[in-house]
Ligand binder design. Sequence first.
Ligand SMILES: [Fe+2]
Length: 468
Amino acid sequence: MRVSIKFVIPVIVLIILLTGFFIYNTMLQEEGVPEGEEAPPAEQPSELGDYTPKGVHISFIEDPRYEVVIIWVTKDKTETSVVSLTLPDGSVENYTGESVQYNDRYWHIVRITGLTPDTEYKYRVGDPSLEMSKEFVFRTAPDEIVPFTFTAYGDQGITSYASLAVERALEYEPSLHLHLGDLSYGGAKVSQWIKWFTIIEPLASKSPYMYAIGNHEYDGTGDLTDIKTYFEAPNDETNYGFIWSNVYFLTVDLGPSSSNPASQELISWVESKLIEAANNPLVQWIVVYLHYPPYSSGKAHGSSPAAQPLIPLFDKYGVDLVLAGHEHNYERTYPIRNDMVVSFNSTLYSGIEGTIYIVAGGGGGGLYKEFQSPSPEWSYYRAAEYSILVVSVDGGVMEVKAVNSQTGEIMDSFIIKKGERVSTKSYIDSELDIQLNSTYNIMMLMLTVSLSIAIHRILMAKRISRYN
Ligand SMILES: [Fe+2]
């Protein structure tokens, strides 16, 4: 059968047109965009919630040898607040805590007790059904007297220098960190607090981040609700002491004004804690950290009237170091006792000669560059630099270094040697010894009293028989 070319050409053209139309239509259906209409908006990610754990930081409430408190913040509410802890044997255990809504954020707190002293633990935080954090690591406090390092600075904020201070501190692998007050300068602004917690997280997720209350901690609600929500600490969370190895640490909150002298109630409390420390045979060093400096020749604030009533107690109970901030610079005194310089040595001290006062307020807030002139006799070294303090304790030897945050240079350093090292002995044994000693003393006292009564009665009986 012969087909006319006049018939074949229109059929081929028709097939090509139909095929083209089919392909075009299929593409439209795949894209889901009907001709003449706009695509519907995609589902908004914000509807899913923001459950990312931020600002992870650790501390303790009673005993850092057996305990850790882990805190973080999320924007949205999660179902649970969980710490997933890797135990020394490699097994993983989940600990559930609680969350509180404060300042439009959710603050999650998990306290874990029953830990092993001087042991490293890895952990993640979050809600396992929503989002967990990356892995962090911390180490519990030792129950023996072992060498360790702690770092300190005050007056930090959220500047680039604040980040430098954290990086510099991490280089020294501190077992714990002391913040000398004026933490974030966030006041009631939660976004600033979260920025600050993000800056300190590399350090604060690793080492207990123990703070002193500064005047700017009163900026938010005025009653410290902010910081008490964002942190956990021993006692009332503002005045507390704790032992780490052979050092007793004590912090004091001197209130929102540096010109109001400490109250008699606070002075009595400080004295009671210093008596405890001085009478504890395990304590070889006492370090006090607070915000307002007892001694400073800075022009912005200088020596704080609030701290003056505490100086006689530091003298009386042999406090080794008093660390403060408030003045945004660095200053170190010679050892002082009774308001007099005890030694004009500058780098090496032996025994308890006096208390050395250090201002380490170069944590990141704008520097205060002016000092009183001439320099007071008690001031050994002062510098308006962003800096941190690094203190290493090895038994009866303490080495203190001030490190420039920007350059890493050691600006100032000194060593205190107290002669014989304290024997390495576990706290548990020593606490038992103390208890046994107490029991022995009570028994001896009872025996003495009984003997005295018996002797008295015998003598009286003899006297009566003589008169009879
Ligand atoms: Fe301050």
